[in-house]
Write a new protein. Sequence first.
Length: 121
Amino acid sequence: MRIASMILPSKDNNGADLTDVHCALRAVLCDTFGGFTAIESQGGWKSDAGLLYLESGVTYMVASNDSEESRAKLESIALFYGHMADQLCVMVTHANGAVKFVNCVVTQPVARAAIAAFASV
């Protein structure tokens, strides 16, 4: 097993606290991967227009094997909780070291159905 991770901000883009989203995410990470380690983090990114965005967040690390199933689970979790946190995307790092920015803007009916299905589990 190796470490896989995802980062979720502490507040949404309007400044609203995301404590409830983080609590739910932690429960799902325990159910899916058997546990997690959470580390307070700071991150930043620059928009195409050159604006610098800085934000506080939490980096969640889980023990995971490098399988398509584990990658899909982590990306599904990132999509769902990124959407719940009103994020454009969420950065995940898979157990193989590959980094992916999971697009959390849900515009397609198939993606909306996937989020609805995930929420009902």
